[in-house]
Design a protein around this ligand. Structure first.
Ligand SMILES: [Zn+2]
Ligand SMILES: [Zn+2]
Ligand SMILES: [Zn+2]
Ligand SMILES: [Zn+2]
Ligand SMILES: [Zn+2]
Ligand SMILES: [Zn+2]
Length: 413
């Protein structure tokens, strides 16, 4: 008993969570009205789906689910009306209204007329009744012993207990009670007597109890697939981390390799510069020596010229005659001296670099190979794969291929 109550509380919590997250239509952003289930199991208001069909967002011919974009196969208002109702959500909506103390519509009152809000729910008929109809329910012969539950009491009921009955669309007021195996549809007793007279039918409860284990099994299978899919995701994160690590490592390798080449080039640059500087210094030294020599010669010539000129212009003849031999010897010596008049060194220095070859080498330097043996296109063959003896070496061949199916290499193992 206490166990039951605990489960009930848990159920209620789950229900409240479901209410909060599941009762809003993603299209109109309001509480669902007549929620219908699309083939992808997403639910939207019947009217919202019809509106989408009328104004498709991408001018698609067939409507796509607004949540997951799966094609729904819906092409007309009629096909929307045939979508199964999400009765779980209908019950949830009822539960929400009851929990919040809002009115629930009477199931007996005529829809076209103004509906009165329900006061009670009949436990046996699973329908909501207004004051007027609950009185009638109490008096009618068939239903006078039914338990009418107050809305206050309903607040303590589970979602399952609040399910509404489903009625036949063809026969007003008739509940769907049977399942036609041939037509694969739920039908009412009237249907069973008319259109489905020759068809094999069974009670809904029986069909349900047969379906339950099958669905449980499918659910179990789907859940295990779900777990596999979910478990595959961390491996992707792991792989992403490894890709990042590898890419970082390769980038470091590229940096190191190129930096080494840059360093070698810098080294060569220094060597070439040094060679040019040496030429500069050597030629400067040579030119300096030559310049100093020529300057000394020029000074000597100027001094002699000035002296002789003065003697000629201002000196007296005795003086000139007494030193004529000395003067003529000196001037002759100066005039006949061999002067180095052309610069000893030239400006010519040549720098040649075989640019093209180096440029080509740079352009084609290094390469990135992204191929790897891809498991889906790689195969193994050989008898060793299928037959083996204890403690004996087997032989098989692994043929690894790239993702593009291009064979990489054959590894005998
Ligand atoms: Zn909606
Ligand atoms: Zn969907
Ligand atoms: Zn009523
Ligand atoms: Zn009743
Ligand atoms: Zn019917
Ligand atoms: Zn049938």
């Amino acid at each position: 008993m206490s166990d039951d109550k605990e489960t009930n509380i848990l159920d209620q919590e789950e229900v409240v969570w479901s209410i909060k997250t599941n009762l809003t239509c993603q299209v109109c952003d309001k509480l669902f009205v007549d929620p219908r289930i699309l083939p992808c199991l997403h639910t939207f208001c019947c009217l919202c789906i019809e509106n989408l069909l009328r104004n498709p967002p991408l001018k698609d011919k067939l409507l796509k689910c607004p949540s997951c974009h799966l094609e729904t196969g819906l092409d007309s208002r009629n096909s929307v009306r045939k979508l199964p109702a999400n009765s779980l959500l209908v019950s949830l909506l009822d539960l929400l209204r009851i929990q919040e103390g809002k009115s629930v519509q009477c199931d007996v009152c005529d829809c076209s007329e103004e509906e009165s809000s329900a006061e009670v729910r009949c436990r046996e008929c699973s329908i909501y009744l207004c004051e007027l109809h609950s009185e009638a329910h109490k008096k009618a012969k068939d239903t006078k012993h039914h338990n009418l539950l107050s809305l206050e009491y309903l607040k303590t009921m589970s979602l399952k207990e609040l399910n509404r009955p489903t009625y036949c669309v063809t026969h007003t007021g008739e509940r769907l009670a049977l399942f036609c195996d041939l037509c694969n549809t739920s039908i009412c007793r009237n249907c069973a007597l008319k259109d489905h007279k020759t068809h094999q039918t069974q009670f809904l409860e029986d069909a349900y109890s047969k379906l339950y284990p099958k669905f449980s099994q499918i659910l179990e299978q789907t859940r295990s697939v779900c777990i596999k899919v979910e478990n595959a995701i961390p491996a992707l994160n792991c792989m992403q981390a490894r890709v990042n690590m590898k890419a970082d490592g390769i980038i470091r390798d590229i940096e190191d390799s190129i930096n080494a080449k840059i360093k070698a080039l810098e080294q060569r640059k220094s060597e070439l510069r040094a060679a040019v500087e040496l030429v500069r210094v050597n030629r400067k030294t040579a030119l300096d020596v030559q310049r100093r020599s020529l300057e000394a010669s020029r000074d000597a010539l100027q001094v002699s010229c000035r002296f002789v000129k003065r003697v000629l212009e201002e000196g007296d003849p005795v003086h000139l005659l007494s030193s004529k031999d000395l003067i003529s010897e000196r001037l002759e010596a100066l005039a006949n001296h061999h002067y180095e008049l052309q610069p000893r060194e030239d400006h010519v220095i040549k720098f040649s670099a075989e640019n093209e070859a180096l440029q080509q080498a740079i352009d084609s330097f290094g390469s990135i190979d992204t191929s790897y043996p891809y498991f889906a296109t790689s195969t193994a063959e050989g008898t060793g794969l299928h037959e083996a003896n204890v403690n004996q070496t087997v032989c098989f061949t692994v043929i690894t291929s790239k993702k593009s199916n291009q064979r990489i290499e054959v590894l005998p193992a």
